[in-house]
Design a binder for this molecule. Structure first.
Ligand SMILES: Cc1ncc(COP(=O)(O)O)c(C=O)c1O
Length: 415
């Protein structure tokens, strides 16, 4: 019996064969961003002077009034289970936020508060996918989408938007990828890793495609607060005819510098929200009660700290783009939002070597940066584009300048 089972798993890693690990889990990778961030942290711990430009989290403190609300929650004993979907004040705050900022109008049964936007995505995908369904994902893509789609038993269908097209959503490609098994499309605006902010016209095209092909839309808008140059964020669910097929996902992690608090939320059709809450009720129950209280303060409180943070991010974006664009070997599209530059390094691949080996992938380039200049980025391969790398500019200006100086030196070393 065991031998038969082992045979079934023969294409798996030795550990999977030894412990008969789940094939689904074996089919996904750990988060590459988290892996490279951990590696940079470990190198730093062992005495290396590393500039880490890997993580997508604001380096700003959580605003004081939000911290105070959490302390008050502890002191007043708000430390027990809440309703799975979130406690009523936070549900009301999320409804008010969606109405005020996104033109989305929900009732309480359409909202689920989750442990970060990541759990909202997981809940929604588990709620809607059947085994073998296909889910369209424009690439470059945050690696969590394909992994969560696989964990939900479905198949991610990656549709590339190339650097040459400035990473704009490839609507024709998405349309061509639709089959009778296509269930949904996941979009992300502003986009991690490219910084693309979908225009209203692009979103209308996505909504039209979803309508024509009867698809659901999962719209991840967790970077909605980080938009530059006066652009506006548009929620696809607010477009005519899109509301009843869209699940909108966001949270407080990025906009309010609250990554560690782990509060996200979704709003969508009542049946999907109900199914997502059912998934959550069996996985984790409610999100952290204290963080829920803090999230109410964030969503309903003053917004001056956000304005300050976003204008600082825009200055850093400008600094980063200027510096990277001065290197003719790199292809740099200025990000319109979020906190990353996703730039092309493919022109460095032909005939160059580093440490005696040919440089031929985004991982080679990232290893070169780490080995030669102690600066950590994330390979584009983690986002489905092996000719690019992702650099976070969510770090203090002096550190950012030092990181950019090191990237420049590392590229010059390849000349
Ligand atoms: C595109 C995208 N969506 C969602 C998340 C997760 O957000 P949260 O911290 O709220 O789980 C991230 C985090 O990096 C992200 O980049």
């Amino acid at each position: 019996m065991k031998r038969q089972l082992l045979k079934r798993f023969s294409k798996q890693t030795p550990a999977a064969q030894r412990y008969l690990l789940s094939r689904t889990v074996e089919s996904i990778e750990e988060s590459q961003t988290i892996a490279f961030t951990a590696r940079a942290r470990e190198l730093r711990r062992t005495g290396h002077d590393i500039v880490s430009m890997t993580a997508g989290e604001p380096d700003f403190p959580t605003p004081a009034h939000v911290r105070a609300a959490a302390i008050e929650a502890i002191e007043s004993g708000f430390t027990r289970y809440t309703a799975v979907q979130g406690f009523p004040d936070l549900i009301d705050a999320v409804i008010a936020k969606f109405s005020r900022e996104n033109g989305l109008h929900f009732t309480p049964e359409q909202i689920v508060v989750t442990t970060g936007a990541k759990q909202a995505l997981a809940n929604a995908l588990l709620a809607i996918c059947n085994i073998g369904d296909e889910v369209l994902v424009p690439a470059p893509v945050w690696g969590t989408y394909p992994a969560l789609i696989r964990l939900a038993g479905a198949v991610p269908v990656i549709v590339p938007s190339p650097l040459q097209a400035r990473f704009r959503p490839n609507i024709a490609g998405l349309r061509a990828a639709v089959t009778s098994r296509t269930r949904a499309i996941v979009i992300n605006t502003p986009c991690n890793p490219t910084g693309v902010v979908y225009t209203r016209e692009e979103l209308e095209a996505v909504a039209a495609l979803a309508r024509e092909c009867d698809l659901l839309i999962l719209s991840d808008e967790v970077y909605e607060g980080m938009i530059f140059d006066g652009r506006t964020h548009v929620s696809v669910g607010s477009l005519p005819g899109a509301g009843d097929r869209t699940v909108t996902i966001s949270g407080v992690s990025k906009t309010y510098a609250m990554t560690g608090w782990r509060i996200g939320f979704l709003g969508g059709p009542p049946a999907i929200a109900h199914a997502a809450a059912k998934v959550q009720s069996q996985m984790t129950s409610n999100a952290n009660s204290i963080a829920q209280k803090a999230a109410v303060a964030a969503l309903m409180g003053p917004r001056d700290s956000i304005t300050t943070m976003v204008s600082e991010f825009q200055k850093r974006r400008d600094l980063a783009v200027r510096s990277l664009q001065s290197l003719p070997e790199l292809d740099v599209v200025a990000p319109e939002g979020a906190m990353f530059c996703f730039f092309g390094v493919g022109r460095l691949f032909f005939g160059r070597t580093t440490a005696g080996a040919a440089l031929s992938s985004s991982t080679d380039f990232v290893e070169h940066l780490l080995d030669r200049q102690d600066v950590a980025l994330v390979p584009g391969a983690a986002f489905g584009d092996d000719a690019c790398v992702r650099m976070s500019f969510a770090l203090p200006s002096t550190e950012l300048q030092e990181g950019l100086r090191r990237i420049t030196l590392a590229v010059e070393q390849l000349r």
